[in-house]
Ligand binder design. Structure first.
Ligand SMILES: [Zn+2]
Ligand SMILES: [Zn+2]
Length: 256
């Protein structure tokens, strides 16, 4: 039976589903999703990739830009589509961007850790040998929201993997908003904004890095961060995201 104090806490604290924002009932108090959103999320993870035909969580396809940077793989939880904005998986991305939520970050991180385990096995490395790094959010957004969702999820992931979290890739103020630019402009813009401090290189040298970003579209930010990490001596960069827009990228490539 539930202890009286725990019961009182659940009555007094209102917790909402990170998908639909409905108030969670007492039985689901400690989960991030309500049962309906959890189911929708499970279904989204099984959507098959148009390139490799594997389920989203098994697919390691990546945009050309990212493969060129030498990234070992791109693990993802689902395929992003703007048409599905009202679906649980996209709402989780939205929630993480707008609200600093430990429950949402932990949910994302545990799903990512699970999707990553095969990769670490293949490379023969333990989670504890990994350096978790986030692709930094724009400085203006960090100021206006008060946090960086990449950092929140990377920290939670490091905790779950018993790995080390380190904000190796840093971002300057300025530049343009990525989503308003085309692929070539994005690449140029982001390259001028991200950097790694010389004094941080010693912590990166010879390490496997798990690099996280919430959504990967053209791969401009992630490939710029990957290149920087390799230049700083990383042994391998494993890319990880919640959602990838790979479908759009693939259909574009096929039309060429
Ligand atoms: Zn829900
Ligand atoms: Zn694939």
């Amino acid at each position: 039976m539930m202890k009286a104090r725990e019961y009182a806490k659940r009555i007094l604290l209102v917790r909402k589903c990170v998908g639909c924002r409905e108030i969670l009932d007492l039985d689901n108090f400690d989960s991030a999703f309500c049962p309906e959103c959890r189911l929708a999320f499970q279904v989204a993870k099984t959507e098959s990739c148009p390139e490799c035909y594997g389920a989203a969580t098994e697919c390691s396809c990546m945009p050309n830009l990212l493969s060129k940077s030498g990234a070992l793989t791109l693990r993802k939880l689902f395929f992003y589509s703007a048409k599905k904005d009202n679906e649980a998986q996209n709402k989780l991305v939205y929630y993480l961007k707008h609200k600093k939520s430990k429950r949402a970050a932990t949910l994302a991180a545990s799903e990512l850790a699970f999707a990553l385990r095969g990769e670490l096995d293949t490379l023969g490395i333990e989670g504890s040998e990994v350096l978790c790094v986030g692709v930094p959010r724009g400085r203006a957004a960090v100021l206006s929201y008060g946090f960086d969702q990449s950092e929140e999820v990377s920290r939670a992931l490091a905790r779950l993997l018993c790995a080390e979290y380190f904000p190796a890739v840093r971002r300057r103020f300025g530049g343009k908003e990525q989503k308003k630019l085309n692929a070539a402009q994005r690449q140029k813009n982001i390259k001028s904004l991200m950097y790694i401090k010389d004094s941080d290189r010693a912590r990166i040298e010879g390490r496997y890095v798990v690099l996280f970003d919430d959504v990967v579209t053209t791969g401009a930010s992630m490939s710029a961060a990957t290149s920087l990490l390799y230049k700083a001596g990383a042994k391998g960069v494993i890319c990880l995201c919640l959602a990838s827009d790979i479908k759009k990228e693939i259909s574009k490539d096929k039309m060429k």
